[in-house]
Design a protein. Structure first.
Length: 269
């Protein structure tokens, strides 16, 4: 059945993401979607949600997907749990943290009543991220509850899929782990995900660049070299390189061309 093929395709897609190959994951899902349109159109909505998640890793604007997302304010449908969890992530990426918080409360209520342990753990992890971004003190307790639950089953990827966001949270808080090997595996994979997908779940509306960083970007967009920029701004080339590194990190990109493109998308320059 094509539903079983979807499960297999999904597993391979997640493995590709974890191996720093989100492009490969996206390619396989898009190809599968073409087949599903003819043979199993009932899968399209979940495939599109999966594609949306992959694009979040790539730092793309996925706000258009929200047009087809289920509306939890009209009626909470238990069959839409995968898309609801996707919607939470999109809310976070758009900086709509209160909306993410409210939807997570509905998901957690469903998971508790129906005893859906994995969904409950996933929602709790996302809730800790929302609380952290809202600067609510209870984020540590929420994340500790998630750790204690997941450690019983030795679930690793439930954390590392959100590794880019969770890494600074793990490093900032002090958490109780029963198994250091388990903890080390999670931390290692979170660091890898941070390196691979630095812009994952970063709100496109929260990027702030300093005056020097913006001036450097503007001059780079005009084709000027680091030496020329340093001379014009009366700073050292080392300072130019420092600002470049910080700008790339904040924008979730890896080179000058991508930084200029992303800055223009965000209307920073």
């Amino acid at each position: 059945m094509l539903e079983q093929v979807f499960v297999g395709t999904g597993i391979l897609a997640w493995l590709s993401v974890l191996k720093d190959d989100a492009d490969g994951a996206l390619t396989s899902l898009v190809a599968f979607r073409d087949r599903a349109e003819e043979e199993a159109p009932n899968l399209i909505s979940n495939i599109d949600a999966f594609i949306c998640r992959i694009k979040l890793y790539q730092g793309e604007d996925v706000s258009d997907w929200m047009k087809q997302a289920p509306d939890e304010n009209v009626e909470f449908c238990t069959m839409e749990r995968f898309r609801y969890l996707t919607k939470v992530r999109v809310y976070i990426s758009l900086g709509k943290l209160e909306a993410a918080y409210c939807l997570l409360q509905q998901i957690l209520h469903y998971a508790e009543i129906m005893k859906r342990t994995y969904i409950h753990m996933e929602a709790m992890i996302l809730l800790s991220i929302v609380q952290y971004k809202l600067e609510q003190k209870q984020w540590k307790d929420t994340l500790q509850t998630s750790i204690s639950q997941a450690e019983e089953y030795h679930f690793v990827r439930i954390f590392t899929r959100e590794g880019t966001v969770l890494l600074p949270m793990f490093e900032r808080g002090e958490f109780a782990w029963k198994d250091n090997t388990y903890r080390n595996q999670i931390m290692t994979e979170c660091r890898q995900m941070t390196k691979s997908y630095p812009s994952y779940l970063t709100s496109r509306n929260n990027i702030v660049l300093g005056e020097n960083a913006l001036n450097i970007l503007k001059l780079q967009s005009e084709g000027k070299s680091s030496a020329d920029i340093a001379k014009e701004l009366k700073i050292s080339e080392a300072t130019v390189k420092y600002h470049n590194k910080e700008t790339y990190r904040k924008l979730g990109v890896r080179n000058k061309a991508a930084a200029i493109t992303e800055a223009r998308k965000r209307k920073l320059i």
